[in-house]
Write a protein of this length. Structure first.
Length: 157
């Protein structure tokens, strides 16, 4: 293989790795969008916990719904981690957004563990599992407030 062809292949493969430059407003909008998705996942989790606690949904259905929320959060996290901030403000917004999405993810994971414990899983003695729905909902309330603050910082909602 000639050196020119090899160089061309390397350049082509690296071309997809270079982050695109965004304007500050675009970066802020991307952060706000990811945070909106995280807020929606937190709210949906709250509804699922309420439904399970009230006996209006089964444990397996709740688990599937919470798993879906974790996928939403994974996409929000990916959107933020791949964002190339164009300025210091956008970088700060992204960092705050990543922290908020991470906290929502932790709350949804805890809710899923609570669902598993409530549905007969062997997690009753696990320290990280919330004791009851009120604890799950309190944690979700805290992270939702965090997301709302991060959205406000990013100029959204």
């Amino acid at each position: 293989m000639g050196s020119g062809l090899a160089l061309g292949l390397v350049a082509a493969s690296l071309g997809g790795c270079v982050g695109s430059r965004q304007e500050p407003g675009q970066a802020t909008a991307a952060v706000a969008d990811a945070l909106a998705d995280a807020g929606s996942a937190a709210e949906t989790t709250r509804i699922i916990v309420d439904l399970l606690d009230g006996g209006r949904i089964t444990g397996p259905a709740a688990d599937v719904a919470l798993f879906d929320q974790l996928q939403v959060l994974d996409e929000a996290d990916r959107a933020l981690t791949t964002l190339v901030p164009p300025d210091a403000t956008s970088s700060t917004q992204r960092t705050t957004g990543l922290e908020a999405v991470g906290d929502v993810t932790d709350a949804v994971v805890a809710a899923r563990e609570w669902v598993a414990a409530r549905s007969g899983g062997g997690l009753d003695d696990a320290v990280a599992v919330p004791a009851d729905a009120d604890e799950v909902l309190a944690r979700l309330g805290t992270v939702t407030s965090e997301v709302d603050a991060a959205v406000a910082e990013a100029g959204g909602r």
